[in-house]
Design a protein around this ligand. Structure first.
Ligand SMILES: [Zn+2]
Length: 419
């Protein structure tokens, strides 16, 4: 089921516009600006987080925090912090956002775009700085892709600056009439698992199942030796050695990061990513060794990283209930645990539809976005524990109660749009 949007205008970002034509003096003043601006945004984020201001608005009175930035920049920093925290709250994130990337979302009060009067450059940016009445003016040569986008619509006021790998870039926003196919956007369902880290309706990202199992088994042996050693050390009243395996953890995190990057690169224009609301803590296997694999696979960490990356890339995402996504036939809707005879295979007992089990699950997840039937369901208590993996069971039958219907019905959560 596709979603309709009231507004048929969309905003497209032109990223990676280089500010390389600015001289050293100008660049130094931009550096001073970022050194004042970023801590202030973080302070505002802290303020909103610490006071749990879930209804925070861009138009709220700005908390008084010491800074040498102008009132106009304070407003920008506040708006930026509010945007971050609105996304934080609606995506039910837990840990306070710590801003690592340097991004200045300037509105027209602090950064103006002027058309160049000479052939040499396309635009000039007039950027206010810490010194009152002394803006820096930076010439811009637009890249070819940017020019293509500008042709499609109207350049918006307001420019975002970002500092990446020692370089400044600008991001322009162009408002265009929505193309029909873009109005609906592509719905990409994502299934998270340990066989394939991410599975969409059409592709897999991050296959490290067997490799992971081997690594975890090796780690288990090591761990047992360390435990024996620690028993000896304890007798001798000496400090125990750490049981943690940092190398294994790093390997897994690396794999996760790579898989997520490939996934993001594969997304179509204007996608909506739909994923399951998982409660990793409550997922358990019957076998202890598989539990260790599950724990080591860091699906919870992967989910967090995925959300973070989607936020950074301004990609919209929603979460839907996870119940039965691996047992339900994505073609006819028949639900049966025997539909999934093995970890990898899905065969519908009713219509005989056969598919890779993860792909089938991701198709279900995509379908659940905006699904009328799910919207009408108000009581999930009837749903029993579900089987995410064969042999897995949830720790409690209340696993599915945690979601709010607001997220699957109503308007999309456009929490991470640019404009
Ligand atoms: Zn079927």
């Amino acid at each position: 089921m596709k979603k309709k949007r009231k507004n048929n205008k969309i905003h497209r970002a032109i990223t990676h516009i280089k500010l390389d034509f600015a001289n050293v003096g100008k660049l130094n003043r931009l550096d001073d600006l970022k050194k004042a601006f970023m801590p202030l945004v973080q302070d505002y984020v802290d303020h909103i987080f610490d006071n749990n201001l879930k209804e925070v608005s861009k138009f709220d009175e700005i908390p008084k925090i010491e800074t040498n930035l102008s009132e106009r920049y304070k407003r920008c920093a506040w708006q930026q912090a509010v945007g971050i925290m609105q996304s934080f709250f609606s995506n039910e994130r837990q840990n306070k956002p710590i801003l690592k990337r340097i991004v200045i979302q300037g509105n027209a009060n602090v950064i103006k775009i002027e058309k160049s009067r000479t052939e040499e450059f396309d635009f000039w940016l007039k950027i206010s700085t810490l010194e009152k009445g002394r803006p820096v003016r930076v010439p811009i040569k637009m890249h070819r892709y940017g020019n293509e986008i500008i042709k499609t619509g109207k350049l918006c006021s307001g420019v975002t600056l970002n500092f990446e790998n020692g370089r400044w870039y600008a991001i322009f926003v162009v408002e265009t009439k929505n193309q029909k196919e873009e109005a609906q956007g592509d719905i990409v369902g994502v299934d998270l698992g340990i066989k394939n880290l991410l599975t969409t309706q059409t592709a897999f990202f991050g296959q490290f199942s067997q490799k992971l199992i081997d690594l975890v088994q090796k780690n288990d042996e090591k761990r047992r030796r360390k435990q024996k050693l620690n028993a000896c050390l304890k007798k001798k009243n000496r400090e125990p050695v750490s049981l943690q395996n940092k190398k294994l953890e790093a390997t897994i995190k690396n794999e996760i990061g790579r898989a997520i990057n490939l996934f993001i690169q594969s997304l179509p224009m204007n996608p909506t990513v739909v994923m399951e609301r998982l409660s990793i803590k409550e997922m358990r296997f019957r076998s202890r060794s598989m539990n260790r694999v599950l724990k080591a696979s860091k699906i919870g960490y992967a989910l967090d990283r995925l959300k973070e990356k989607l936020d950074l890339n301004h990609i919209r995402y929603v979460t839907v209930p996870a119940a039965y996504s691996s047992q339900e036939c994505s073609k006819c809707g028949y639900v049966d645990r025997t539909n999934r005879p093995t970890q990898e295979k899905f065969t519908c007992k009713f219509c005989e539809y056969t598919e890779n089990a993860d792909v089938n699950a991701s198709k279900n997840i995509a379908k659940r976005f905006g699904d009328d039937e799910l919207k009408s369901v108000t009581d999930y208590r009837e749903m029993k524990s579900f089987e995410r993996f064969p042999g897995a069971r949830s720790a409690s039958d209340e696993l599915e109660l945690g979601f709010t219907l607001r997220e699957i019905g109503g308007f999309p959560l456009t929490v991470n749009q640019l404009a």
